[in-house]
Every structure is written in structure tokens, then in C-alpha cells.
Design a protein around this ligand. Structure first.
Ligand code: HEM
Length: 117
């Protein structure tokens, strides 16, 4: 399940970057990419919840990791919404980077899958 989760959020990040560049260019297909991106939010959420479900003794760090993951998704939506309205995207990007760093750190620190830190 960790591999499904990792594959899913990696695809999510790539799709997000593609969606942003397409939205900037005003490409007609931007909407389609954004729809697929939203599907991958759900897959990431589902695989994350399955990981949580499989853990017998959940430490608060797992909840924090899950919340940070949700924050990454929220920040991506903020950036895309601001991009669409032609507003400044700095707040969204800052949150995205902070949330992503926190999520990756907590994910790689916690014992499932890779345990880097
Ligand atoms: C884009 C968003 C997300 C990113 C970048 C992300 C990233 C990661 C990473 C790097 C790991 C560690 C994998 C490993 O060690 O092999 C992980 C594990 C995990 N993720 Fe996520 N995740 C995201 C979203 C979510 C969501 C939405 C949830 C739950 C609702 C969630 C729950 C978990 C759980 C429970 C683990 C297991 C922790 C462990 O390694 O022991 N994640 N995630």
C-alpha cells in the first residue's frame, strides 16, 4: 500500500504542475487535466486512509502526517483557483512548499515504507 500511495502522490504532483502551466497558458485542455488531478487527490486520500487503517497503534504523528497531506492538496487547489481568477498565487505556493516539506519529512520519518530520518 505504501507503494500505491507514493505512486499516487507523485502522479498528483506532476499533474498539478502540468495543470498550473496549462492554466497559465489558458490551454483549453486545462480543465481535463484538473479533473484527472482531482481523481488522483481521491486516490492519494484513499491509499493514505488505508495506510492509517492498517496501523494498529497510531501515534499522533500519523494524524499530523495525514493532516499535512490534506494541507498539500488544499494548497494545490488554492494555487489553481488563484491562477484561474488571475489573482496572486504567492500565498498558495508558499503553503504548498511548506506543507509538502512537512508531509515528506513526516512520511519518510514514520516507520512504514522508506524510513529515512
Ligand atoms: C500530496 C499529498 C501527500 C504526500 C506528498 C504524501 C507523502 C507521503 C510519504 C512520503 C509517505 C512515506 C512513504 C514511505 O515511507 O514509503 C507517506 C506515508 C503515509 N501517508 Fe501520505 N502523502 C500525502 C497525502 C496523504 C493523505 C491525504 C493521507 C491520509 C489521509 C496520508 C496518510 C499517510 C500515512 C498514514 C502514511 C504512512 C506513514 C508511514 O510512513 O509510516 N497521506 N505519505
Amino acid at each position: 500500500m505504501t507503494h500505491a500511495h507514493i505512486t499516487s502522490w507523485l502522479i498528483t504532483i506532476v499533474l498539478f504542475l502540468i495543470a498550473v502551466s496549462m492554466a497559465r497558458r489558458g490551454a483549453g485542455k486545462a480543465k481535463v487535466v484538473q479533473m484527472v488531478l482531482r481523481l488522483f487527490y481521491l486516490i492519494t486520500l484513499a491509499t493514505g486512509l488505508m495506510l492509517l487503517h492498517g496501523i494498529t497503534t497510531i501515534s499522533p504523528l500519523y494524524w499530523l502526517k495525514a493532516l499535512a497531506g490534506l494541507w498539500v492538496i488544499g494548497a494545490m487547489e488554492m494555487v489553481l483557483a488563484a491562477e484561474k481568477k488571475g489573482k496572486r498565487t504567492v500565498a498558495g505556493w508558499t503553503q504548498w512548499i511548506v506543507a509538502l516539506v512537512v508531509t515528506l519529512f513526516l512520511g519518510l520519518m514514520l516507520p512504514l515504507g522508506f524510513d529515512l530520518f
